[in-house]
Structures are given as C-alpha cells and as structure tokens.
Ligand binder design. Structure first.
Ligand code: SF4
Length: 328
C-alpha cells in the first residue's frame, strides 16, 4: 500500500457567527476522515456549498474565526515518524511547511496575482523567502526553467498579469504553487474560469508536472469529468459529510451511494436523447441539517432508520466505501 502523507480523523467544524445578538452555527464539515497517499491525485467532488473548500482550508491548516474546529485532527506526515498536527501547529510551524511542503492553488487564483507587480515580482513575494539561501540570480534561472515546463516563455516574467491570457495566468499560479517542489498541492477549482480547450491543456500540464515531480495533488472541483481525467481516487461530499470514496474507476463503474449514482447518471453522453432525471428538493441548510443521514430528505430509497441514525462509511462489493445503510 502506498505511504500516507496526510490524514484527517473525525473532523467536525462549523462557522460560528454572532450577528445582532443572534448566534448562528453552520455545521459545514461533519465527521470527515480521509487518508491521502503520496504521489496520488485525490479528488474531492460535490455540489456548491457542500463544504469542499472549507475542508480544504482545514486540511491545509488555515483555520481562522469564524471557522472553528469542534473535534478531530489533521496530521501531515512530511517528516517520517514525526507527524505534524496541522490544527495545533504554531504559526511558525505552519510558515515552515507552507510553499515548501504544502502549497495552495486557490479558487479564482488567477485574480490573486498583484495587477501592479510584474510576474517575477510575484515569485519573489511568494516563493523566494521559502527557497533557503538561494542567490536571486539562481532563483530567476530556476523560475525560468520551471515556467518552461508549463510552456511559458521567459518574457512572461517581465509581464504584468493583464498582459497574459487567462490560461497563461492560471499556469503562472500553478508555477507559483509548484516552484518549491512541495509534497502536497491543494488545488481548489483550478480550471473553473477557463474555457474547455484551455482547461484540458492546463490539466494535462498539471498531471505531467505531478508525475515528474512526484507530489500529491488534492483536487477540488464539482466537475466530475475533470476528476475522471485527473484523479486516482475520489471522495464524494454531500452536505459536509463524505458520502462515498474509492478509486476513480470504482466510483464511475460501481457507485454504491444513491447520491453518487445520481451524479454519475446525470453526466451527459454523446447521443443522449432523453432528459436526465433530477433529485427532488435542495441541499439542506447546514445551520439546521436534518437528523440521521443528511441525504435522507432527497434520497429516493430512504427508510425510516435513515431519519434517525447517521450511517458510517462501509466497504461495498464494488470496491468503494459508502455511507449508506442500503449500499449493496
Ligand atoms: Fe438514502 Fe438512507 Fe442510504 Fe442515506 S442511509 S443514502 S437516506 S438509503
């Protein structure tokens, strides 16, 4: 079995706000346990608002109010034999691993490039402080060589972000996230703003770089087609919980959870003549989630037990693990 690089255990977290004398708790991550391995692409899928981005923040150690962890842990196994608890780490410890060990491609990250700084200055701002005692000339050479792998010429370094296309800006942010050769790259919807042709090219480059450099990618997107092309394993999230996880092949060929089955059935196919089915209702309000299985108000096969008890993940005959009493 491939070595584990990051593990979350029983993670529960909420956004807690106090507005006009009212306390509000949004239970956005509920009992999430994941084991992520070295050198894999681990996909996290689910509809908007299901807690994917919050889960990513937690597993990257970005936990700031109003987000609060109620229970559970996140451990990073960067140093063999000495796991680091990311939720208890000091700011200094987190600074020590950011960029060099764990880097982050944020949602809409094309827009994080400072519009009044040339691209090379962004590399100096973000990455250079993490490159040890490297001379600046050597750093510039290594950035040039790295951008070349992303099919960006050296003239890009002296450009401003507005002088580049969307696809080029996104490749610059991928370059920023990978220049320090981190063990884990967390990518939150990295290609959402791109058209399909540029998206395909960008994903191909990310995958090639991942194979060359051997890092782990944790990839969040609602687009199952992207997961099908990129991920080795996938976790499907629903309303803050993991509904199902497994290898990409097993998730697509033998989904066991009714929600995953619905997602797979909804994918368009060439030659489709019939309208796709839809799920009744809407995702639950996470400030007041339903008791039992969070999917039960929308589940087409729910039984009485589903409204009273929350199912845990269990192994299914198709190879996945699903949180459903009736899986299999
Ligand atoms: Fe549906 Fe019940 Fe399974 Fe939840 S536990 S997915 S409600 S059958």
């Amino acid at each position: 079995m491939t070595e584990e690089i990051l593990r979350s255990t029983g993670l529960r977290a909420s956004y807690i706000t106090h507005l006009f004398g009212m306390n509000r708790e949004v239970k956005v991550v509920d009992d999430v346990s994941l084991s992520i391995r070295k050198n894999e692409v681990f996909g996290i899928a689910g509809e908007s608002g299901c807690g994917k981005t919050t889960l990513l923040k937690l597993i990257a150690g970005f936990c700031r109010p109003p987000l609060k962890v109620q229970s559970g842990s996140v451990e990073f196994m960067g140093d063999p034999g000495k796991p680091l608890s990311l939720l208890e780490a000091t700011d200094e410890e987190l600074y020590g691993i950011r960029w060099r060990q764990i880097s982050y491609i944020m949602q809409g990250s094309m827009n994080v490039l400072n519009p009044v700084r040339r691209i090379y200055k962004s590399f100096i701002d973000f990455a250079y402080p993490h490159m040890g005692r490297m001379a600046e000339k050597d750093f510039r050479d290594s950035v040039t060589a790295h951008l070349d792998k992303l099919r960006l010429g050296k003239e890009v370094l002296d450009s401003y972000p507005h002088e580049l296309s969307g696809g080029m800006r996104q490749r610059v942010t991928i370059g920023l996230a990978t220049i320090c050769s981190p063990s884990i790259i967390i990518a939150d919807e990295p290609t959402t703003a791109l058209d399909v042709v540029v998206q395909r090219e960008t994903l191909g480059l990310m995958k090639r770089l991942q194979r060359e450099l051997g890092h782990t990618i944790i990839l969040v997107t609602h687009d199952l087609a992207v997961h099908a092309n990129m991920a080795d394993r996938i976790a499907i999230m629903y309303a803050g919980t993991i509904a199902e996880e497994g290898s990409t092949k097993d998730i697509f060929e033998a989904p066991a959870h009714p929600y995953t089955q619905h997602l797979i059935r909804s994918l368009p196919h060439i030659g489709d003549k019939e309208r796709k089915g839809y799920l009744k209702g809407a995702p639950p309000n996470l400030a007041d989630p339903p008791a039992g299985c969070r999917f039960h108000p929308r589940c087409p096969i729910a039984i009485a037990r589903c409204a009273q008890e929350a199912p845990s993940l269990k192994a299914c005959s198709g190879g996945t693990r699903a949180a459903c009493f009736l899986a299999d």
